[in-house]
Design a protein around this ligand. Structure first.
Ligand SMILES: C[S@@+](CC[C@H](N)C(=O)[O-])C[C@H]1O[C@@H](n2cnc3c(N)ncnc32)[C@H](O)[C@@H]1O
Length: 346
């Protein structure tokens, strides 16, 4: 169930699912020499469509938890071909394609430019739907799959994509090594700073009876709403609320009138103000004896925020009952160390 009044722009019908073919580490495409071969409009469109598929597939099939060896091997296979493709695309964009009709030329240029953008990384690419697979110890559902859309980059907001922390936390939860699965399947869960919603929707897929996803940015909320729709076959009650930590900390919010035994968060401590706001938010929404499950990256540039946050949580009376370090991967920053916490409210 979505709180529509709070989400101004829920997207319409979800697009058809991405192709399921996996990206070959080396694709055999013939790149015609433009002036010499004068490829037809149809020929060029075929090549450009295939290239775009290949680049998009590369992003979809990144294996976020492989060891560096497999990761590097896969990437090396594609980079050599990719370089040739980019050089050719650049020539297409620069060519006058004088043997074509104006409208054909325009279409080819547009396709080639889009293709170049697609292979320039996540920010330049448009929205993309990824499939996430997790294994679980549950007999009824030994594995789960979630389809999650990363939207296009908006303003300076970081909730448009799924971050490495969300993937790691979702994986820990699905494997039963984080929230005990019996508790998860009987208690409502709140997620703070949900972004694309991967963590909360994983809880829902595992049988959590009620999940409340929260974030503050309208477009991030809109994308999360879309991802809830992608998961709409679930029996769980999934709510989406606008919740701004600053407003809670300063007492100016229109409150969510509920407290939770379980609160989860991934990659939500990256500014000094967060270290002041979040303990108050958790204080407000976590029940006594409830646990806050948090996973954050240890970015070398943000060690002060992490230290401060740990201090503030202790000062606010939360008891750290578990703290582990994990290695993980993110498609923006590569391999990183992550810290996993369980904070108990006495
Ligand atoms: C780095 S992203 C992490 C998103 C998601 N949890 C993940 O790991 O993929 C941080 C998220 O916190 C949200 N956020 C930042 N400041 C916030 C605030 N003051 N109140 C609520 N959410 C906030 C952002 O909109 C964004 O979705």
């Amino acid at each position: 169930m979505l709180d529509d009044s709070l989400i101004p722009q829920i997207s319409s019908t979800p697009p058809s699912p991405p192709p399921t073919t996996s990206f070959p580490s080396s694709y055999n495409l013939f790149f015609p020499v433009l002036r010499r071969d004068k490829p037809s409009f149809v020929q060029l469109c075929q090549i450009l469509n295939t290239l775009e598929q290949c680049f998009l597939e590369t992003q979809r099939t990144v294996l976020w938890d492989t060891g560096p060896a497999i990761e590097v091997e896969e990437k090396e296979g594609t980079i050599a071909d990719k370089k040739e493709a980019i050089e050719w695309l650049t020539k297409v964009v620069a060519s006058s394609l004088e043997w074509m009709e104006d409208n054909e030329r325009e279409e080819v240029l547009e396709k080639a430019a889009k293709c170049l953008a697609t292979c320039c990384g996540k920010v330049a690419t448009g929205a993309i739907i990824r499939e996430w697979h997790f294994t679980t110890p549950l007999d009824s559902t030994p594995s789960i799959t979630l389809r999650i859309r990363d939207s296009t980059f908006v303003d300076d907001n970081v909730g448009f994509k799924t971050w490495g922390s969300a993937y790691l936390l979702a994986k820990l939860i699905a494997s039963g090594s984080s929230i005990p699965l019996t508790s998860l399947r009987s208690c409502p869960v709140m997620e703070l700073g949900t972004g694309t919603g991967l963590v909360g929707l994983t809880c829902a897929t595992l049988g959590c009876p009620r999940v409340v996803l929260t974030d503050y940015h309208p477009q991030v909320l809109s994308n999360a709403a879309y991802n809830i729709q992608l998961a709409q076959s679930l029996q769980t009650e999934i709510l989406l609320h606008r919740l701004d930590w600053q407003e809670i900390a300063e007492g100016t919010d229109k409150a969510i009138d509920e407290t939770f035994d379980i609160i989860v968060g991934a990659d939500i401590v990256y500014e000094v103000v967060h270290t002041q706001w979040l303990p108050r938010v958790i204080d407000r929404y976590l029940k006594r004896n409830g646990v806050f499950y948090l996973l954050i990256p240890l970015r070398p540039t943000h060690s002060k925020e992490v230290e401060l946050f740990e201090e503030k949580m202790s000062e606010n009376g939360f008891v750290l009952i578990r703290c582990d370090e994990e290695r993980g991967f993110d498609d923006f920053v590569g391999e990183l160390k992550y810290r996993y916490y369980e904070w108990l409210r006495k």
